[in-house]
Design a protein around this ligand. Sequence first.
Ligand SMILES: [Zn+2]
Ligand SMILES: [Zn+2]
Length: 334
Amino acid sequence: MTRFYVDECPSNRTTCEVCKEKISRGEIRILHDEYMGKNLYYHLMCYTPKRKRFLKEKYFKILLSPGIKPLFLSWMNEWNSFYLPENIHSNVPSNISRAINTPASKIKRIYLEVFKFFSISEIINCLSLVCKDFYSTIWEPELWRCLYTRDFETPSIIPEDWKNAYLQEYITHCFHCKKKPEDFKKYECQLLKRVFCTSCLKNEKYKLLSESQVKNKYNVSLKNISKYIGNFPNDKVVIYNFLVVRAINKYRKQNKENILNKLIKTLGQTHQIVSIIDNINTNEMDINLVGILAPNYDCDIVKESYRAIFRIIRTGKREVKFSDLLSMIRKDFK
Ligand SMILES: [Zn+2]
Ligand SMILES: [Zn+2]
């Protein structure tokens, strides 16, 4: 139902609502039948649409002669130059325009752009757990297409299901070097359910250790670090070195946090020992060792209390009581 008419004023009898002047015959006039039986008239140049939005021809009933109509259209164009058409995407396919017009997927697009910079395990194990939106983003075929082209050679046939195709490739590529091993140089690891090149498998990281070997090498019992190992089947008698290292690093980080919290509680945040312990890099506690249980001699702090705490963090073993540790600290840091 059009309630706005545009015509050429047929008489001199109507008055413009804005300037209150008579509208002369032949002038372009806007007629608005706002009330039943009562029409409002405007000079075109006096008229301001109430709604500040993009105008379309179909909003008006245009009763102008072909020679006059362009004048009205140019007025409309000028008005429209301040507004974006609602259907700006009308000439792109509807599924795409829907995708870029809905706010949720606009945000998802941004997520996709960011996700592409993460490794597959970071995406699955970390990002997907952050929130619902992140989780649903990992199901986007577009993400998997991007990851596929990032990580593997472009496929000769476009896969129907990019996620599936990605996973197919993923499990046939070497766990270590990420390349696809030739069949005769391939080792399929039943423990990790992944493939290795036989040459990559020689890396120290993939050495299988028994429980006692772990104990001898790192002076940590496998039992203590088992909760940091993750999905590795724990009924197995051997474990990969890299999994042990990863778990030990997490274990030591936790030990450090525990002892630090205790020290802060009793000695305060500003005590010297707090910042010294805080500076210990738990990922590198094995590097400078002389014997298995030797403290970090490379450090210029050779105080007894420091060594004791270092050992606690490294092995998880409480060799000294906390109260004794405190008196050692008080002796060392007078
Ligand atoms: Zn007027
Ligand atoms: Zn490899």
